[in-house]
Design a protein around this ligand. Structure first.
Ligand SMILES: NC(=O)c1ccc[n+]([C@@H]2O[C@H](COP(=O)([O-])OP(=O)(O)OC[C@H]3O[C@@H](n4cnc5c(N)ncnc54)[C@H](OP(=O)(O)O)[C@@H]3O)[C@@H](O)[C@H]2O)c1
Length: 337
């Protein structure tokens, strides 16, 4: 039976690639996407997929989106917002989504959680398998929310027939996912609050290239098309429900990001970055974004054997290639001035 698939957050970094993958899937007959912004599906080349504006905080919008669907995919999230807004959308909104999926009687729910759900704990085994508990880090809002949500999902689904696939991707990057570079540029600007004024005064004189501190903490990356391939396999019901780690092969360092951007890096002891991150964490009432430093001070590497064996997932891009494509795209699209 051809599938009807409803997707929250189809306009985001992962959503665009997922819709493209579902457009190509012979198992999928129709796709419905919902997010808040105006969006023209025809201009994006969608043929099977339609788009409706709506908010996951509105149960009526969700009932309309999921009514008659076979599979619900939940990608709508607020990754970088203020604490109150992220809590409302991510916790209240996602609970709405999970409950609406149960009420609508969909067969499968595919949800993109994150590596952050495990939390950034030095005692975590490396690499982490899906057996590790998703307990989050209380000092990092995004990580705490992802862990809380996975717990809510278990509660909401208890006793229902719905099969849930929970994906835990590492940092997602690629030409359509330049958030990593936007945030790096943003962090550099935070340290240099007068870039516009300096540019105004110096005119076209090139500004010095930024230097990023590299504490030697390895990071994994996964390409958005590889994430989409894993989610599409779950949509088609290819493997058993459950949690799946997603990461491309290989690892990168902050020094590699600096090199890809044409910037400099300087090696610093992990303890120095840890201390900076602790201070930043205490200042997070100014901006919750400062809590993201936590992710750069404790390595959290994942084992992806389960997705490969159970879903037949084979990521096409490794971390180095994904970084390269992201940097090229950031340059072309003006993310990097
Ligand atoms: N990007 C990564 O590096 C990464 C890594 C690991 C896990 N993940 C997880 O993957 C999921 C998707 O991430 P992403 O990178 O695609 O995020 P994204 O680029 O920020 O996109 C978020 C999507 O959610 C929609 N949205 C936000 N608030 C909404 C609301 N109240 N109602 C309806 N739609 C709403 C947005 O559209 P509108 O703003 O127009 O509503 C957009 O389509 C998230 O759960 C994230 O935690 C992402």
């Amino acid at each position: 039976m051809p599938l009807t698939v409803s997707v929250t957050g189809p306009t985001g970094e992962i959503g665009g690639s997922l819709i493209d993958a579902l457009e190509r899937s012979e198992a999928v007959d129709a796709v419905r996407g919902m997010a808040r912004r105006p969006f023209d599906p025809a201009a994006a080349g969608w043929r099977k997929a339609t788009y409706q504006r709506g908010d996951i905080l509105d149960r009526g919008h969700l009932a309309e989106l999921f009514g008659g669907a076979d599979v619900a995919v939940h990608l709508a999230f607020s990754i970088f917002g203020d604490r109150e807004e992220t809590r409302r959308i991510n916790l209240e909104g996602s609970r709405n989504v999970f409950e609406a999926a149960v009420d609508a009687g969909v067969e499968r729910l595919v949800y993109a959680s994150s590596v952050a759900a495990y939390g950034f704990h030095p005692e975590n085994p490396q690499p982490l398998t899906e057996e590790a508990p998703a307990i989050g880090s209380s000092r990092f809002y995004y990580s705490a929310q992802e862990a809380e949500l996975e717990e809510s999902l278990d509660e909401i689904l208890a006793g229902s027939e719905l099969a849930a696939y929970v994906f835990r991707p590492c940092i997602v990057a690629g030409p359509r996912a330049t958030m990593l570079i936007e945030q790096t540029v943003g962090a550099v600007r935070l340290g240099d609050p007068l870039p516009r004024l300096r540019r105004h005064v110096l005119g076209r004189v090139p500004l010095p290239r930024p230097t990023l501190p590299d504490a030697g903490v390895p990071l994994q990356l996964v390409h958005h098309d590889d994430v989409a391939a894993a989610l599409a396999a779950a949509v088609e019901g290819k493997g058993p429900p459950g949690a799946y780690n997603l990461a491309g092969d290989g690892q990168i360092l902050i020094a590699d990001i600096a090199r890809a951007l044409g910037w400099h890096s300087i090696r610093v002891p992990r303890s120095a970055l840890g201390a900076t991150s602790a201070v930043a964490g205490r200042l997070s009432f100014i901006s919750p974004q400062l809590e993201w430093g936590t992710a750069l001070t404790t390595p959290v590497l994942m084992d992806t054997t389960k997705a490969r064996e159970e879903l037949g997932w084979e990521p096409r891009f490794d971390a180095a290639e994904t970084l390269l494509q992201t940097a090229v795209s950031a340059r072309e699209t003006g993310v990097l001035e």
